[in-house]
Design a protein around this ligand. Structure first.
Ligand code: NFS
Ligand code: SF4
Length: 636
């Protein structure tokens, strides 16, 4: 097969062929030109934090070479500082997204915007209860206002008090561990400030202290993610099971194709609405099938979960969508948008439209998106796509690959499904299946694509290995997109891939429900990893154990973004042993690597498994689940 080193996705392979024939440069070409990558940077021992740098140290104490930076910083300090700064990048990304949703929510609650509303009152009440906000005999908007104030307060801090959104999200025993380690943040912004400060030249050089600082920042990240999920659900609705499709074959030759790419649902929800409204204008322009909206990255996941909008593709193959020649506009907001899409679009009729003032791409069209004029802005965006469609050349290459999939597995929806099986005790459906040995435990698949490894290959191989070993898998982000494209989010996949125990679990469940569930459950975007924590907290509380004792693991087979570093860090802190399939830039310090892969277990029960071979990763993850169950059985 051609391009099998680059990707296992047949649609992407076909498009890479097109790219080669047309002489287009892709991210895979750029990677090849980048080789060999710098070994110092790759292992985290290059320091650029002050203007005396760059200092790169030789981590191998037995060899010659500098072992200290110009200020005397050793490998462990440099690596730990760099790690903290990655987590800061991740935390500011997630919380920047969440803060926008929180600010919008406040505007909604105060009645300042008409374009959005409180769509899901039940979720609002649930969140208010969680935050111990009085709900009885109160107007919805009064409650919403208080929830909004609380959300904003979690960002700006409560004068040294702890974050209110964090404590109710984890079992009491886990919060106790955070407390003992002194890593509970006082505000998301505070955490980011402090982490930037402590890693500045001449501040914190103690690697262990820095690592605790990393975890504190990561908990701020987790809190931001949770706020993002909760408030998005209140404004746009809590996801319920939906059916849709994934891969480039969802592009429609006879429609105006609008791709929404990035992260926030605030803009993309409006684009979907505008597309429905302007259907006739598109038809008048000659597009028989009207307007087709499809998503890339987490914007795609958000819209899929709530609206059933199809997924065009995931992170690594974003440029290839444009090379089909069928994309009339690609609308982007923030994060994971490769700057290269503009140079690709220059060869086609595609309009790249940026929408956020601090996230522009040179050469792209900028249509600023404002919450107060959201509907008009979205219409302008869609009309720009219709205009571009009129210029679309006849020759297009849409690869004929797409898979059906099911998504929409919010925690609330899972609870709802389980309560149809056992109304009085829904969570026992999962915990009994674990006790009876039908399922070994749960794995959360999270994270990106990374051109250091073959696109989507680690994702599908680790997933195959785990389901074969009776692990119940849920997924978010670009790995969810990959597993959707590969057909794992369908009921048929149970028969094809699941081990005997997992098959029994599904057949019992399906029989009771009178409908069929997909093998792997799509839980949403990356901020929605918070949904899994809510789920596992409920399961652990139900079982009367801490998360660290519960058979739960996480796997990021192809992590790329700084956000993946922060999510991995909080997963471990919350007690999930976490597999990472692309080595993080910490291996230059033996100390930091040992803490991440070994010592962390003693403090948090969770630790990192750094393993690029999928088969070996599966073995380790399964062994970890077995060990947790075994320890439980010994105690019982
Ligand atoms: Ni997550 Fe989502 Fe994809 Fe990675 Fe980027 S889209 S927030 S960071 S690349 S999974
Ligand atoms: Fe070099 Fe120290 Fe400056 Fe880093 S902080 S660049 S190690 S002198």
């Amino acid at each position: 097969m051609v391009f099998e080193k680059e990707t296992i996705d047949p649609a992407a392979q076909e498009m890479l062929q097109v790219a080669e024939e047309e002489g287009r440069e892709t991210t895979w070409d750029l990677r090849e030109q980048m080789e060999p990558q710098c070994g110092f940077g790759d292992t985290g021992v290059c320091c650029n934090i002050c203007l005396q740098g760059p200092c790169r140290v030789n981590p191998n104490y037995n060899e010659k070479g500098n072992q200290k930076g110009i200020c005397g910083a050793r490998d462990y300090t440099i690596v730990a500082r760099n790690l903290v700064r990655h987590t800061v990048g991740g935390t500011s990304s997630h919380s920047g997204h969440a803060r926008h949703v929180a600010e919008l929510f406040r505007e909604v609650a105060e009645g300042h915007v008409d374009s959005y509303e409180v769509k899901d009152k039940e979720k609002l009440m649930k969140v208010a209860d969680k935050l111990e906000i009085e709900t009885e005999d109160r107007e919805t908007n009064e409650i919403a206002k208080e929830v909004a104030e609380e959300a904003i307060g979690n960002f700006i801090g409560f004068h040294g008090e702890e974050l209110s959104w964090l404590e109710p999200m984890v079992p009491e025993s886990r919060y106790q561990i955070f407390n003992e380690c002194n890593i509970i943040p006082t505000g998301i912004n505070d955490a980011i400030n402090e982490a930037m400060h402590r890693t500045a030249m001449g501040v914190d050089s103690d690697p262990l202290n820095l690592i605790f600082g990393n975890l504190q920042t990561a908990l701020a990240d987790f809190t931001g993610c949770t706020i993002g999920t909760d408030l998005s659900d209140i404004i746009f609705g809590t996801p319920e099971v939906v059916e849709s499709e994934a891969n480039l074959g969802v592009l429609d030759e006879d429609a105006v194709n609008v791709i929404v790419h990035g992260h926030e649902p605030v803009l993309s929800e409006k684009v979907v609405a505008a597309a429905k409204k302007l259907e006739d204008e598109a038809k008048e322009a000659g597009a028989e099938n009207g307007i087709n909206v499809a998503g890339i990255c987490c914007t795609g996941n958000e819209l899929l979960m709530r609206q059933g909008v199809p997924l065009a593709t995931n992170f690594a193959s974003q440029e290839l969508a444009i090379m089909t020649g069928a994309v009339d506009a690609m609308v982007v907001d923030i994060q994971c948008i490769m700057p290269s899409i503009q140079s690709v679009a220059n060869c086609y009729h595609t309009e790249i439209i940026t929408t956020i003032p601090f996230s522009k791409i040179s050469g792209a069209k900028h249509i600023e998106f404002n919450d107060s004029t959201a509907d008009q802005d979205a219409e302008e965006i869609v009309r720009t796509a219709i205009e571009a469609y009129k210029e679309r050349p006849k020759e297009i290459n849409i690869p004929d690959y797409k898979s059906k999939l099911m998504a929409g597995f919010s925690f609330e929806e899972i609870e709802n499904i389980l309560s149809q099986v056992n109304e009085d005790d829904p969570l026992s459906v999962i915990n009994d299946a674990i006790d009876e040995g039908d399922i070994k435990g749960i794995c959360l698949f999270a994270g990106c694509n990374n051109t250091k490894v073959t696109h989507d290959k680690n994702h599908t191989e680790v997933a195959k290995g785990l389901v074969e070993n009776d692990v119940l898998c849920v997924a978010t982000g670009c790995v969810a997109n990959a597993l959707g494209k590969a057909g794992f989010m369908l009921p048929e996949a149970v028969e094809e891939y699941a081990g005997e125990g997992l098959k029994r679990f599904f057949s019992k469940l399906n029989e009771e429900l009178g409908k069929e569930l997909p093998l792997i459950w799509h839980m949403g975007s990356c901020v929605d990893n918070s949904r899994l924590i809510e789920f596992v907290t409920a399961l652990a509380n139900h079982k009367g154990v801490d998360i660290g004792e519960y058979p739960i693991v996480a796997s990021a087979p192809e992590p790329m973004h700084e956000k993946a570093v922060s999510i991995g860090s909080w997963c471990v802190t919350i007690g999930l042993t976490t597999h990472v399939g692309v080595l993080p830039q910490i291996t230059g310090s033996r100390l930091v690597t040992e803490v991440a892969t070994k010592v962390a277990k003693d403090v948090y029960d969770g630790y990192f498994i750094l393993e690029s071979d999928p088969e070996a990763a599966v073995e380790e993850l399964v062994a970890e689940l077995d060990e947790r169950t075994w320890v439980q059985d010994m105690k019982a």
